[in-house]
Design a protein around this ligand. Structure first.
Ligand code: ZN
Length: 266
C-alpha cells in the first residue's frame, strides 16, 4: 500500500487509542510487520541541513492571518520549491480558519494516499501537521499537532522505507529514533503531551522535519542518497522547466559532503 507521505509496503497492524484533547501523557501502540522497520542500526552522522545552518532566528515568529490565508483545494508543493525550506511560523490563533485549513489538509492527504502532511507542503509556512496512520477517512485517528516540540527521543534507532508527497514516486531508507515524546497544542489550542512509537513516531518525525525545513533525503546516508540522486535531479529539472527559474538547491552540490547531524536531536 503506497500511502503517500509515508508509504507502508508491508502488512501492518495499528492500534491507536483516542487521541487526548487535554494535557496528559499518552502512548500509541503500533505493531508493524516489516523487517525494515525493526532493523536496528547504530546511529551515525548523516547529511542533515540544520536550521542553524540556514540562519533562521532562534525565536519563533508568530503567524499573522495573512500567513494562514489559503485557497481550497490545496495543492502539494514539490521539491525543490523554496517553500519547503522556508521558516514556519508559530500559530497563536485557534479559529475557524485554522479548522478549515486542517480539514483541507486532511482532504488532500487522503486524496493523494498520504498518511501525514505538514503545512509547508501545501505552501502554508506555519507550525502545523496532520496525520492518520491508517490513511483512510473514517479509519484510525485523525491527529492534529500545532506548534509541536520534541522533549525526548529514544536512543534506539530504526530504519524505515520512507516516501514523501513532495517527492512523488521516491522511496528510500531513513533512520530515526524508535519513539519520541512531544509537547504540542491541539486544534482548539489546548496543550498536551504525547508519547509516540512505531509508525506514528515515524510519521511525526518526518512531518516535524518539514516544520524545521528539513527534508527526508537530508537524513539519508550517502549510499542511500546515491540510489535516488537521479530522481531528485529529475524533480529539479521539472521545477526549472515549470518555473523558468534555476533550482534553488541541487542534490549534486552535496555529493560527498558529510555534514554532522545533531539537528532534530536533543
Ligand atoms: Zn514529506
Amino acid at each position: 500500500m503506497a500511502v503517500g507521505s509515508l508509504p507502508v509496503h508491508a502488512p501492518q497492524r495499528f492500534q491507536a487509542l483516542p487521541f487526548p484533547q487535554t494535557r496528559r501523557d499518552y502512548t500509541f501502540s503500533c505493531f508493524i510487520g516489516s523487517s525494515s522497520v525493526v532493523s536496528l542500526w547504530k546511529h551515525h552522522s548523516m547529511a542533515v541541513c540544520s536550521q542553524a545552518k540556514r540562519g533562521w532566528p532562534k525565536v519563533d515568529e508568530v503567524a499573522s492571518s495573512s500567513d494562514l490565508n489559503f485557497e481550497a483545494p490545496l495543492r502539494i508543493v514539490e521539491y525543490p520549491d523554496p517553500l519547503l525550506r522556508a521558516r514556519n511560523k508559530r500559530i497563536d490563533r485557534f479559529d475557524e480558519n485554522l479548522k478549515k485549513l486542517v480539514d483541507e489538509m486532511f482532504d488532500i492527504m487522503y486524496k493523494t494516499d498520504g498518511i501525514g502532511l505538514s503545512a509547508p507542503q501545501v505552501g502554508i509556512n506555519v507550525q502545523l501537521m496532520v496525520f492518520n496512520p491508517v490513511g483512510e477517512r473514517g479509519g484510525g485517528e485523525e491527529i492534529v499537532l500545532v506548534n509541536p516540540r520534541v522533549s525526548k527521543y529514544a536512543k534506539k534507532m530504526v530504519l524505515f522505507n520512507e516516501g514523501c508527497l513532495s517527492f512523488p514516486g521516491i522511496y528510500a531508507d531513513v533512520e530515526r529514533p524508535q519513539s519520541v515524546k512531544i509537547d504540542a497544542r491541539d486544534i482548539g489550542g489546548a496543550r498536551y503531551t504525547v508519547n509516540l512509537s512505531g509508525l506514528p513516531a515515524r510519521i511525526f518525525q518526518h512531518e516535524y522535519d518539514h516544520l524545521q525545513g528539513v527534508l527526508f533525503f537530508d537524513r539519508m546516508t550517502e549510499e542511500v542518497l546515491d540510489s535516488i540522486r537521479g530522481q531528485l535531479k529529475a524533480l529539479e529539472k521539472k521545477y526549472e522547466d515549470k518555473t523558468g527559474r534555476p533550482s534553488p538547491e541541487r542534490v549534486e552540490a552535496r555529493k560527498g559532503k558529510r555534514v554532522a547531524s545533531g539537528f532534530g536531536k536533543p
